[in-house]
Design a protein around this ligand. Structure first.
Ligand code: FAD
Length: 285
């Protein structure tokens, strides 16, 4: 089956920040066979989007074809102490299935609003856990449809995956760290949820942490130390509740990117530390 490519497609509705230009072409892919056959026959630049919770898509839009993984990529199944998960599955759904099955180690995914594919791209994590701690195998294709199984994760690190931007994650086998009662797992997830509620802004347009934490300190601490917590410029803002959360009150992608670059300069000048973007900027300026 061929994909239905929609030309000149507005991407802003697919991002948590609510900004971004248009994709030259956009398609939702139902399953892996359709994806691979499309990639094998396409010469266009390819970009894949998950839940759009960690991207700033620039106002100039994205060249080529933007793909979103559909239903065939959202399956989550449990086999013993392992989970088979499609790249389009939501991290929070994976955590909840693990909880019901009495599997531990996935609780940190509660409250991360992205998909497994987006999570694999940044090695998402929280509360001391990260995806690479759980990976047994990752299924991957390059942008031309050549598939591969990844089973060495020794190079993966804090918010770093060596395979990011090199192709498309299709799914993974996750290995739980152990077994526990659903009640106890749920209690830990509730604790994480409460911590997020107490420290993160709700009901705003954000992409979560703007910067990666430098070694030995946190980006939020540095931003706060520089007096930037709650700092606003036009319609761009750093949350008054969490200094590392960028909040969009109606700014353009360019305004947001310039705002974040200004923050980097201020922290560099005052603290001598070069903050690195955690949010991924995609597309043409
Ligand atoms: C309120 C809030 C809280 C957050 N908390 C956390 C947190 O605690 N920890 C954390 O790590 N992150 C956090 N995030 C950031 C974000 O949710 C995670 O990075 C998430 O894993 C991104 O997934 P996504 O599906 O939204 O990816 P997207 O934002 O859609 O994409 C991110 C990147 O991944 C690529 N990508 C997406 N899918 C695939 C795929 N299938 N194959 C290859 N590449 C792909 C995209 O091209 C892009 O480069 C938070 C975000 C918000 C808004």
């Amino acid at each position: 089956m061929t994909l239905t490519l929609i030309p000149d497609y507005d991407l802003s509705k697919h991002t948590w920040l609510g900004v971004g230009g248009r994709a030259d072409q956009f398609a939702e892919v139902e399953n892996q066979d359709d994806l691979i056959s499309f990639l094998k026959n396409s010469k266009s630049p390819i970009t894949v989007l998950g839940a759009g919770s960690n991207v700033l898509i620039r106002d100039g839009g994205i060249e080529g074809v933007v793909l979103k993984l559909g239903k065939g990529f959202q399956k989550v199944t449990v086999q013993g102490d392992k989970m088979m998960v499609g790249a389009g599955a939501k991290l929070m759904d994976i955590a909840r299935v693990a909880c019901e099955a009495g599997l531990t180690g996935l609780e940190f995914m509660e409250g991360i609003p992205g998909t497994l594919g987006g999570g694999l791209s940044s090695n998402a994590g929280a509360f001391g856990g990260k995806l690479s701690d759980l990976l047994e195998e990752v299924f991957f294709t390059d942008f031309r449809g050549n598939t591969k199984t990844i089973s060495d994760f020794s190079d993966w690190d804090y918010r770093y995956s060596p395979w990011a931007q090199k192709g498309i994650f299709l799914g993974a086998i996750l290995q739980a760290t152990g077994k526990e009662t659903t009640d106890k797992i749920k209690a830990l997830m509730d604790e994480y949820h409460a911590k997020r509620m107490a420290t993160q802004p709700k009901g705003v347009r954000t992409a979560g942490s703007t910067f990666k934490n430098p070694s030995n300190t946190s980006a939020g601490f540095l931003l706060e130390k520089c007096g930037l917590k709650g700092y606003k410029k036009g319609k761009a803002e750093l949350s008054a509740k969490h200094a590392n959360f960028l909040v969009n009150n109606g700014a353009t992608a360019t305004e947001l990117e310039n705002f974040v670059e200004e923050l980097r300069i201020i922290v560099s000048q005052k603290e001598g530390i070069q903050l690195e973007w955690e949010v991924q900027c995609l597309g043409r300026k």
